[in-house]
Ligand binder design. Structure first.
Ligand SMILES: NC(=O)c1ccc[n+]([C@@H]2O[C@H](COP(=O)([O-])OP(=O)(O)OC[C@H]3O[C@@H](n4cnc5c(N)ncnc54)[C@H](OP(=O)(O)O)[C@@H]3O)[C@@H](O)[C@H]2O)c1
Length: 276
């Protein structure tokens, strides 16, 4: 038995270890990584406030939590991350339901593919407003509630294109580089409030992201290794446990970031060929 227990990997331990239920607000919970994270935390017994614009999807998610008899709870809240009032309302509803807020997972985001100069400004603006302003509004709404709860934790969902920008994805990459910068600044800024911050660098994941991206929508590139959203959800749970400054869900994503920093000229040429 002892051997079996010590043989458990981190993720298996996560499921066998008991913890106090946490009140967790997740943005972009209507699909992909946010949806998988909501289900994972409800399965771990946490109290989830699931936010997005598509309330019907969030109501289906609540029904799934109940149907599966998961030990946690899920509160669906319609909220657009680009609207600061909506994010403040979402936090107020989380507090009314669960009396505290322990964790924010700022996950909502949208992609863009295409040459910067030819792209529609409206599309680029949507990416900037959603991926940068959306994270800022979410953090600004959540932090006062976390302070009142005696501390908390923030996980910001970035991309491997944050540290290693991709050609023909300039504004999306820039938006995720901004998320990286926000995470690093906030980690220092919120330490005194006992609020920790991690940034997750996500690699290609099988969600609605590729087909919904603005500019040139596409599909998940099957020739590249692809994550399942549940694997990213586990990385987010890992971030809450280990509280690293940054993390990736897979070694290959960490290698990509390392190579992009160490060999920028080679990686830029490679990425230009791939992204064109
Ligand atoms: N999939 C990938 O390959 C990949 C790679 C790197 C990083 N990421 C990052 O991972 C995060 C999650 O993406 P995903 O792959 O799970 O994509 P997804 O399946 O398309 O989910 C995106 C989520 O964001 C929400 N959202 C978009 N705009 C919003 C807005 N204005 N207000 C509130 N919610 C909004 C969507 O909900 P509603 O439309 O219902 O509002 C949806 O729930 C994003 O930040 C993305 O940049 C993804």
């Amino acid at each position: 038995m002892k051997q079996q227990q010590s043989g458990l990997n981190f993720y298996e331990k996560l499921f066998v270890r008991e913890h106090k239920p946490r009140s967790i607000l997740i943005t972009g919970a209507s699909s992909g990584i946010g949806k998988s994270s909501s289900l994972l935390f409800a399965a771990l017994g946490d109290q989830v406030t699931a936010t997005a614009r598509r309330l019907d999807r969030l109501n289906d998610l609540k029904a799934e939590v109940e149907r599966e008899n998961l030990p946690g709870a899920l509160l669906p809240v319609e909220a657009d991350v680009t609207d600061p009032d909506a994010m403040r309302r979402a936090v107020a509803l989380a507090l009314a339901e669960y009396n505290r807020l322990d964790v924010l997972v700022a996950n909502a985001g949208i992609g863009h593919r295409g040459a910067l100069v030819e792209a529609d400004w409206a599309d680029l603006e949507t990416v900037l407003r959603t991926n940068i302003d959306g994270v800022i509004h979410s953090v600004r709404a959540a932090v006062p509630a976390m302070r009142a709860s005696g501390g908390g934790y923030i996980v910001l969902i970035s991309s491997i294109l944050g540290p290693v920008p991709g050609p023909y994805a300039a504004v999306y990459s820039a938006s995720k580089a901004a998320v990286d910068a926000l995470g690093r600044s906030l980690r220092g800024e919120l330490r005194a409030d006992r609020i920790g911050v991690s940034v997750v660098h996500v690699g290609q994941t099988r969600t609605e992201f590729a087909e919904k991206r603005l500019g040139y929508p596409g599909q998940v590139a099957t020739r590249w290794p692809t994550l399942q959203p549940g694997e990213v959800a586990l990385a987010i749970a890992h971030a809450l446990e280990r509280q690293p400054r940054t993390l990736s869900a897979r070694t290959i994503d960490s290698l990509f970031i390392w190579a992009g920093r160490r060999f920028p000229a080679i990686m830029d040429r490679l990425l230009t060929r791939v992204y064109r």
